[in-house]
Ligand binder design. Sequence first.
Ligand code: GCU
Length: 301
Amino acid sequence: MNQTETHPSYIALDHWGDYLEENTDGRWTLEIYPNETLGAQAEALQLVSDGSVELAIVSGPQLENLNKDFIALNLPTTFDNIDHQMKVLAEDEVVGELFNSLRETNNIVVLGGFTQGNRSVYTTFGPVETPDDLNGMKLRVQESELNLAMAEALGASATPMAYGELYSGLQSGVVDAAENNEVSYATQRHYEVAPHWSQTNHLVGLDYLIINSTMLDSMTDEDREIFMEGWDEARALHVELWLEATDDSIAQAEEDGATIHIVDETIFDEALEPLVDQFLTTDTQLEVYEGARALSEKDVE
Ligand code: GCU
């Protein structure tokens, strides 16, 4: 994984490892490698596919690069908030086929997800109140076609880059801005080099837990059941940890000198809205997207 040991995703996985060890008499446990020790997400994806690593946490855009249908869950308009996102993930009718779609082609099964919460824009130079403020600026995005288009729609020039390179990218001026959640902003200490956080809340992001399918199939039914029970616990713990970590992260960033700018979110929502029509082109994408939107509690759709 690419997060630090203080990030909720690490803590939740660590808990899962303990659960496995206790409940399988030590037959199974997890050895977790934080901070891209085994490579950035694009590499981790490959390692899980070829079986040299069993599990990885990867962000939605990485799976979009293997199967474009995942775009349906990567769009800025897919999820209203974390609750809605969790509801969608629990709905097998909506996500079941998609999560098994990489089995034949890549030996990968998606077991479920951790939220990335709301993503916002932060910069080295000042607040971003409208897309005009990003004009001519280089915005780091995750490596996917949708993310490139998102940067452009936000008014910036897009620079795809792995997460672990971003601190030095911001520091050296290779990029002027990035977008992420508060927890990443603080755990990666990006606020040291990009101290202006603008609360755009433009997208609720999603991380996936992926597993090598041969390894999943090789487990006994009993062990697989324990494995999934532990994963359910880890997911529940993650949700619990997330909100607190978000508050703590803002406090930490502010205390260490960052400025939080409250901006009009609707301007950014409107700028990103056209991506839906631009990127949803296949029947499966539309089906998954509409299935997800149908679980929204917003009145007007
Ligand atoms: C979040 C997310 C990661 C992702 C990162 C990024 O931190 O949890 O999975 O890699 O954003 O922007 O690259």
